[in-house]
Design a binder for this molecule. Structure first.
Ligand code: NAP
Length: 470
């Protein structure tokens, strides 16, 4: 383990580390703005001598104590590792320093305001301005605030790329010694990707959130038609209050179940594609790749909607409309002077419905918890697969059964189809049922054996080719 991260350094190592600290390279930072100052402060705390290069060294009063400040050229002479903490638009002063930068490591930390703002990455542009310097891209994904506050837990990864390996290693060593985790991203060509990184807004969440928003709006309007507009047209009844608790409590479980189905559908589609092609060595279509990559996000949104459904169901008995109906029922029994017999089938149905819902949600909670990195990191690959695949399909089965028991035989009653529209629970079960049926086919022994062989590298013999196995 790295002595920095363990926090416990044996005495004999401690003294050698102190010696190392004394030998630390002087770091030069060009630019005394927010980022330059924060980086300088962090470097000083980690034992690096820091010199700043500024246009106006005399005016630089906000610099961390312990740092020195000079004009650009004088600062450059004092260090072999230079961080350029200046926006790309202001790089025009750099070519004049070309001779002083000869053979030195020049770190480009810059970001842009939007993607594809320039034809080439800032780091490549800088490299063209000063071809004699070894330009390394890095540190652009760390914020000035995180560097200053020391709150680096969430953003401790630093992506580094550059054409000169030695320079790249030097920069990675510096990153490591100030408490960051450097990740080598290859040559300077990767700089464009690194510069786009801080500009992305939840890229993996975009598709799941769009699907969720689309489904939510669709089913909300669907239920408004069935539960608000239909009674108004037919009986002139004002049931708009349903839009607060009742309709959302229909929409949340439906969307949650569909999303859960969408988590497992690409997996079974992929298995059938592999079966059809007889190989795992061909790329899946792009849409399937993209879909598979956002399964975790789909699952988490599905879980969140399931959670909302639980809350809404718990508060439902508190709603005025709900207990008003209960009172009306009791009053009508009293008026008729009758006591209706308990319907055993309905009692069974109700209890089964709740039991399936509770069990489904409990297993769903397990799935959600095991998808947390801190929990999944403690599992080996087989355990993780078991939880996410086996328990996932069990969750889907329990939740689908929960919806099916709710519907019971209502789908046989024509009056349930308002204006011919099927009840929402039927629509919610379409995708989960497709997944469950396909999964059932996949786990039958002969199909399962075939899929397992393909996933272990076996290939179907192509007509006219001699290849059978890899
Ligand atoms: P800033 O506060 O505006 O500071 C930029 C510095 O550049 C100025 O203080 C100035 O220093 C120097 N400068 C301005 N105009 C110049 C010119 N015409 N010629 C030469 N030098 C000039 O910006 P910043 O937030 O520190 O950002 C600096 C770089 O770090 C940017 O490329 C940014 O994309 C990157 N970055 C920033 C953050 C962040 O959280 N702020 C995070 C990651 C990366 P002197 O007056 O001393 O010359």
């Amino acid at each position: 383990m790295d002595s920095n991260s363990s926090g416990m350094i044996p005495l004999h190592q401690n003294s050698s580390r102190n010696r190392l600290d004394h030998k630390r390279e002087t770091i030069c930072i060009l630019g005394t703005g927010d980022f330059g100052r924060s980086l300088g402060m962090r470097m000083l705390k980690s034992g690096y001598p820091v010199v700043f290069g500024s246009r106006y060294p005399k005016d630089s009063t906000l610099l961390p104590s312990g740092a020195q400040v000079f004009h650009h050229a004088d600062a450059l002479k004092k260090s072999k590792i230079i961080f350029l903490a200046v926006h790309r638009e202001n790089y025009d002063f750099v070519p004049a320093l070309s001779d002083l930068l000869d053979g030195k490591v020049l770190v480009d930390v810059s970001n842009n305001l939007r993607m594809n703002q320039y034809p080439e990455s800032n780091a490549q542009y800088l490299s063209q301005l000063v071809p004699k310097a070894n330009v390394v891209k890095g540190f652009n994904t760390v914020s000035a605030w995180a560097l200053q506050s020391g709150n680096l837990d969430a953003s401790s990864q630093v992506f580094v790329c550059g054409d000169d390996n030695k320079s790249k290693q030097l920069v990675m060593d510096v990153a490591r010694s100030i408490g960051l985790t450097p990740l080598d991203q290859g040559s300077l060509l990767a700089a464009e990707e690194l510069e786009d990184y801080p500009l992305q807004l939840f890229p993996m969440w975009r598709l799941p959130l769009n699907i969720t928003a689309g489904l939510t709006v669709f089913f909300f309007l669907y239920y408004v038609v069935i539960k608000v507009i239909y009674p108004y047209v037919k009986k002139n009844a004002d049931d708009t209050y349903r839009m607060m608790i009742s309709i959302p409590n229909n929409v949340f479980p439906i969307v949650s179940l569909i999303l859960l189905g969408l988590v497992y559908l690409p997996g079974v589609i992929a298995a059938f594609i592999q079966l059809y092609r007889g190989t795992k060595y061909k790329r899946f279509p792009d849409w399937l790749d993209e879909w598979m990559l956002c399964r975790k996000q789909l699952g988490l949104v599905s879980f969140a909607y399931g959670f909302l459904h639980v809350f809404y169901s718990l508060v439902k008995p508190l709603s005025y409309a709900y207990y008003w109906k209960q009172i009306q029922y009791t009053v009508s029994e009293v008026k008729k002077n009758t006591t209706s017999e308990m319907e055993r089938v309905w009692a069974w149905r109700g209890d089964l419905f709740y039991a399936l819902g509770i069990l489904g949600f409990a297993v769903f909670c397990l799935l959600g918890i095991t998808s947390l990195p801190s929990v999944s990191n403690t599992m080996n690959w087989r355990e993780f697969r078991f939880v996410q695949s086996k328990l996932g399909h069990v969750t889907l089965l329990l939740c689908t059964a929960h919806a099916a028991v709710l519907g019971w035989n209502k789908f046989l009653t024509p009056t349930r189809y308002k204006w011919g529209l099927p009840p929402g629970y039927i629509l919610s079960m379409v995708i989960p049922c497709i997944v469950l049926v396909l999964k059932l086919i996949l786990i039958t022994p002969c199909v399962d054996r075939m899929v397992t062989r393909i996933r272990q590298g076996w290939e179907k013999k192509e007509k006219g080719s001699g290849n059978v196995n890899i």
